[in-house]
Every structure is written in C-alpha cells, then in structure tokens.
Design a protein around this ligand. Structure first.
Ligand code: HEC
Length: 129
C-alpha cells in the first residue's frame, strides 16, 4: 500500500516548518528584552556608539565593522578582517555566552540563557533595518 511513503513525505514537508516555527521569535517581546542592551548599545537608526557599538542593522552586518568604535583585539581577530557576519546563529551563540563564544571580547554582559528570550531578541534585532 502507499500510505507509508505518503506519511513519510508529509513528515519531510512538515519538518522544516516545525524547525522554523521554533527558531522564529516574537519581535514585539524581543523589544522588551532589548532594554537590557540599551544601557550600552543604541538601537536607533543613525544612533551613536555608547559603551558598545550601535546595533542598527546588526543582523547580517560584518562583525566589528562600525566606524569609530574601538573594538577589542579579540573582536577584530574574530571578524577575520570583516569576512564574518552576524548571522542569527552566531548572535544566538554570542548572546548565550559572550565570553565563551569570543574569548577576550570586552562586552561586560553575562549572557542571556533563556532560549525563548534570545529568539525573541534576535527576531527584534532583525527588524532594525
Ligand atoms: C555592559 C555593556 C553592554 C551590555 C549590557 C551589552 N553589550 Fe553588547 N557590546 C558591548 C561592548 C563593549 C561591545 C564591544 C566588544 C568588543 O569590542 O570586544 C559589544 C559588542 C556587541 C556586539 C558586536 C557588534 C559588532 O559591531 O560587531 C553585539 C552583536 C552585541 N554587543 C549585542 C548585544 C546585545 C543584543 C545585548 C543585550 C542582550 C548587549 N550586547 C548587551 C557592551 C555591552
């Protein structure tokens, strides 16, 4: 009978959708989470650097690329001369544990361990463009 192949195909079709739904955060909730970043980072278009570089357009932006911000040597080295960009996956790792992901970087933030809050935050950061 054909039921098994059909079920199999249905599962394959559903898998990516399920993975995506899990990864996609809620930007509206993420805006609230981002208040924890605002002490050190401007989130506005054309915002200036504070203790950290401005985060406008950070998703997809080359690492350590904001002009006039004095990045640490660790952050500059990690960027491999601008070849690496902030993908959602890399942001997720960095924001979980900044010190472990980029040893020696100078962001004094302990990390956001809550997976849902991080997903919401990254979805919000992705709207800043
Ligand atoms: C206590 C201040 C502080 C807080 C709070 C903070 N950051 Fe940072 N952040 C920094 C500093 C300083 C750097 C630069 C690090 C370096 O050069 O080593 C940085 C760098 C970054 C970068 C790299 C940017 C680039 O241009 O490559 C990202 C992304 C980032 N922070 C995101 C966040 C997010 C999102 C939050 C909130 C969850 C946050 N930070 C909270 C100080 C902070």
């Amino acid at each position: 009978m054909t039921i098994r192949p059909v079920l199999f195909a249905a599962c394959l079709a559903l898998l990516p959708a399920a993975a995506q739904a899990q990864a996609a955060g809620d930007p509206a909730k993420g805006a609230g989470v981002a208040k924890r970043c605002a002490a050190c980072h401007s989130l506005e278009e054309g915002g200036s650097n504070k203790i950290g570089p401005h985060l406008w357009g950070v998703v997809g932006r080359p690492i350590a690329s904001v002009p006039d911000f004095a990045y640490s040597d660790a952050m500059k080295a990690f960027s491999e001369g601008g070849a690496k960009t902030w993908t959602p996956e890399l942001l997720d790792a960095y924001l979980t544990d900044p010190k472990k992901t980029i040893p020696g970087n100078k962001m004094a933030f302990p990390g956001l361990k809550n997976d849902k809050q991080r997903a919401d935050l990254i979805a919000y950061l992705d709207t800043l463009k």
